[in-house]
Design a protein around this ligand. Structure first.
Ligand code: GAL
Length: 675
């Protein structure tokens, strides 16, 4: 349980990171004037301000921050006040060079960027606690304060350190986790390659080794590194709870799977008072709005379904990809409101005023170098008024139709190497299944494999290689109770220590799926296999095949060629009141979509809504009412059927029968509460 109740923000937040220390104070007055013009309600302040707040060890200068917070308060702008602990000052590192993190190769990072932190360093921990305490004492009751923002994006850019302090800390952590050296030897399988330990003192972090490092050791080290960052978050959070009671404490997550894979957000979601997220569009040729929807759904799920807040995204291009396209007209608002549809209590940006200097001067901002005579500024002002028009949706919850089972620890284990192929990527499979569900107009929650799934008629397990026995039992209960489960290959294989479950694979899921897998048979790059299915239909698959041996499962699709020819490729197992499907190969988008259409019928879900591709319809509901968000990512106007008459909030227009959503636009309809 979070130590404090999750405190919803008073209304939808609109604003961004505000770094006024980069500007002379006369600019601040222009900033607040323009913030008012744009309808800004909250800004994040102080994220990188440690060197200004404590210019010399123990010498503090809070005058500028006092003036800034008072100025913002006078102009009605609330503050998410950061602890600056992601950016210790240069003097700190001169005094404590050991606080700079070390790579697995033994290279110590240098000062000159940000986020260079050894989270085990006692000097860092003491200094972070000290500056947090001073901020909490000084501003804990400031009337502008709405939210505490601890640190910045834990896990990025450095998630683990391999220095000697971390080695000592790691030993204490594994001793607490395993109890005895014998238990550790068993869990890590140290009989293999003669790695047996006789004392915890002999154990190091998985530093550079000549061959493959023990995967169970590497997995525990990931857990340790994640837990160590979390310890530091909790320490700052507890200080702020003590000094600033009632003010929620957050740290900004980065749930997009391709952007941060080193943090177990299921565990972090339980520690924050309000889940906040940063999301940036990745330009890799795929549909960026699908990745956005997925990150937003994952963030909401980490928040346990409660409202959350998008703390950073960009008004237009970023500057840290090889190529950084600008956003098209209207895209910024569409992105922002798509997050709101999926539960965000507003939309915030990095950053308010575009920097003139430093590493991010070509990153877009709310107020660009070109000032107010720019398209971005005009769109920002418009978005501010759109968000204000949606204030009544605050506190409502997004409704989901299906679940995707996701476990960061399982993804870590799949990255450890020594597996049948390097071409299997759990994130790729999660993306593929999510995209198929998105394209069939289902709204999705994510769930940990041990979480209760009973409220979902359909649950999909994209690639859960590491699966505890408890998770296997949970999925069995789900199916027996009437759920429809779809499991993708390489799931249910190992336990929490990366040891293969006893007996034939997939040990955690054999009885759920009603089959065993005799052998994995991955394909070489460019090779495909044909699958034969019902009514003479054929599909093509790649990357992975298996010699599946059915037990109670019925074969639906069969491998027609390749080494596994004649074996089942896709199976269906009736178990109790439910059904478990198994997909033993990598299906492309079209075939996966076709499979999910069949499965959807098993789950008793109605046929997909008659909506064009790339038109999203998502509902938020609660005591306040029910809201239908329609987001049109296409270049043509779209028609969305309405079950009941309502009022469109952005145009303040009554709507009946159907809703027209102009090309590239968003519409939000207040429906009657029971609609
Ligand atoms: C975020 C970070 C911000 C800024 C932004 C640029 O990850 O928190 O400080 O660097 O990226 O996109």
């Amino acid at each position: 349980m979070p130590p404090h109740p999750r405190t919803p923000l008073p209304r939808l937040a609109f604003g961004g990171d505000y770094n006024p220390e980069q500007w002379p104070e006369e600019v601040w007055r222009e900033d607040v004037r323009l913030m008012r013009e744009a309808g800004v309600t909250m800004v994040s302040v102080g994220v990188f301000s440690w060197a200004l707040l404590e210019p010399e060890p123990g010498v503090h200068d809070f005058g500028w921050l006092d003036r800034l917070l008072d100025l913002l308060h006078t102009h009605g702008v609330r503050v998410a006040l950061a602890t600056p602990t992601v950016a210790p000052p240069a003097w700190f590192y001169r005094a404590h060079p050991e606080a700079l993190p070390v790579t697995a190769d033994g290279v110590r990072y240098a000062f000159g960027s940000r986020g260079a932190i050894c989270h085990s360093s006692t000097a860092y921990r003491a200094a972070a606690a000290d500056i947090t305490t001073r901020l909490g004492e000084r501003y804990g009751a400031h009337p502008a304060l709405a939210l505490w923002h601890v640190h910045n994006e834990y896990g990025v850019p450095v998630s683990a350190c391999y220095c000697d302090s971390c080695a000592a800390h790691f030993r204490r952590w594994i001793e607490a986790a395993h109890g005895t050296v014998d238990a550790l030897n068993e869990a890590w399988g140290t009989a293999f390659w003669g790695q047996r330990y006789t004392s915890f003192e002999q154990i190091d972090p998985p530093r550079r080794t000549p061959g493959a490092v023990n995967p169970a050791q590497a997995l525990d080290h990931r857990r340790f590194a994640d837990a160590t960052m979390r310890e530091n978050f909790v320490s700052e959070r507890d200080i702020l709870h003590r000094l600033s009671p009632g003010v929620p404490v957050t740290t900004n997550f980065m749930t997009a799977l391709s952007q941060c894979d080193t943090v177990d957000y299921w565990a972090w979601g339980r520690e924050v008072d309000l889940v906040t997220n940063d999301h940036y569009l990745i330009t890799d040729g795929r549909r960026t709005h699908v990745n956005l929807a997925m990150a937003a759904d994952l963030t909401r799920s980490v928040a346990g379904g409660a409202p959350w807040l998008l703390l950073e995204h960009s008004t237009s291009g970023v500057n840290w990809q090889p190529r950084n396209p600008a956003k098209a007209p209207g895209e910024m608002a569409r992105n922002s409101l798509a997050h709101v549809a999926r539960g965000s209590e507003g939309a915030m940006f990095f950053q308010w005023r575009q920097s003139r200097r430093g590493a991010e001067k070509f990153h877009s901002a709310m107020l660009p170098h070109g000032g107010t005579a720019t398209r971005i500024w005009r769109e920002v002002v418009r978005l501010g008024s759109d968000i204000a028009a949606l204030a009544e949706t605050a506190g409502t919850r997004t409704e989901a139709d299906a679940a995707v089972v996701w476990d960061w620890q399982s993804a870590w284990a799949q990255g450890l190497g020594g597996h049948p192929t390097v071409d299997h990527d759990p994130v790729e499979r999660a993306d593929a299944f999510y995209e198929a569900l998105y394209d069939s107009h289902l709204t999705v929650d994510f769930a940990h494999p041990e979480a209760d799934l009973t409220r979902y008629p359909l649950a999909v397990v994209p690639a859960s290689y590491l699966m505890t026995e408890a998770a296997g039992r949970n999925l069995r209960r789900y199916v027996e109770g009437g759920g429809t489960l779809v499991v993708s290959y390489f799931s249910g294989i190992v336990d929490e220590h990366d040891a293969v479950h006893p007996g034939p694979v997939p040990g955690a899921l054999r009885d759920v799926l009603g089959l065993t897998v005799e052998e994995f048979s991955p394909l070489l790059p460019g090779r495909t296999v044909r699958l034969d299915g019902p009514g003479g239909a054929t599909w093509t698959a790649d990357v992975w095949t298996e010699a599946v041996v059915p037990d109670t499962a019925r074969t639906v699709w069969t491998y027609a060629d390749g080494l596994t020819a004649g074996h089942p490729a896709v199976t269906r197992n009736r178990l109790g009141a439910g059904t478990a499907w198994y997909v033993s190969t990598r299906l492309g988008a079209t075939d996966l979509a076709a499979l999910l259409r069949t499965v959807r019928a098993d789950a008793g879900l109605p046929a997909p809504a008659a909506l064009p591709r790339d038109v999203e319809v998502v509902r938020r509901s609660g005591d306040g009412g029910t809201y239908l968000f329609a987001v049109n990512h296409t270049g043509s106007d779209a028609t969305v059927p309405l079950d009941a008459p309502g009022t469109e909030l952005l145009t303040a227009t009554p709507v009946t029968g159907h809703l027209t959503v102009p090309a590239g636009a968003v519409r939000v309809v207040r429906l009657p509460p029971d609609a």
